[in-house]
Ligand binder design. Sequence first.
Ligand code: CS2
Ligand code: MN
Length: 359
Amino acid sequence: MEMTFRWYGKEADKIQLQDIRQIPGIKGIVGTLFDIPAGEVWPKDRIKALVDEVEKAGLTMKVIESVNVHDDIKIGLPSREQYIENYKVTIRNLAEHGIEVICYNFMPIFDWIKTDLNYILPDGSSTMAFEKIGIDKAPEEIVREVEESTSDYTLPGWEPERLAHVKHLFDAYKEVDDEKLRENYAYFLKEIIPVCEEVGIKMAVHPDDPPYSIFNLPRIVKNREDLDWICNVVDSPSNGITLCTGSIGEDPANNVYDILAEFCKRDRIPFAHVRNIKYLGNDKDFYEAPHLSSEGSLDMYRILETMYENGFDGYIRPDHGRMIWGETGRPGYGLYDRAIGASYLLGLWEAIEKNKNKE
Ligand code: CS2
Ligand code: MN
């Protein structure tokens, strides 16, 4: 297991690499080239500059999050051929610079969706929440709200070039149901996984967040059956999962522990996002809780123990944190609460490891 921390780069992130280096136990950065639009090749010189910068700070970069998949690939348009070719070049360029894992998602139009980016907890901290009532709004209205509340930075999955075309994209997805999206996903995987095998990269799909359909858009990375389908459609160790406990757990019907056990055993989890959520009564509403088990609905000890017992040896990172101690900025990605989360997870891991070694 290796603990990592997501970083958006010098321009896009308020947090400095030196701050991350001072969090005990963090070895690596989960990096990105945030400004490159979905579908374009990541140039070698940009990748090299990023790796050099991270290494100069005494950290490593083995995981990328995300290389976004162009919507034309998901819709299945003829233009997908070029975008898939570009994706293959990016895979090769990343492998050449020591990258081992690429986290991505296969959600139509949007990346994750929350209905409240500033949900205040009783202790005064701010987190993100999802309440069904907020999703009754028209998609355009939600987009407008997100744009207004985040005018000074870009959220992952809410890149301006996507938001500008939301209406057009909704039309383009009219003919794409779950089955069609699966067909297009299989086509993509069959093209890229052989390249990954050749260069030693593991693809790791992030579950849909939330893991059920919203705005009537298709969703195909939601539960155990979907993950099983993905692993089987191209049966290769290069075709894996980013197991995000929060996203999978957002549907209480998903048994996070069983899913972790199965796919760790199958050696298909090269990367894990470990975070807690707190269910808000009915209808799958929740907020993103502090990592601690006692603060949320998931048992973090059991999550890590399941990973340990089933041979997890990949990269892991704390996922979204709250805004605490006066920090402001990109929701979910402040320094303090994620640092606390990382230390807590490392502490649990140490205890589990020492206990198992005693047995
Ligand atoms: C992440 C996702 O910040 C987050 O919510 O977990 O945005 C994740 O990076 C993507 O879905 C992966 O492409
Ligand atoms: Mn996640």
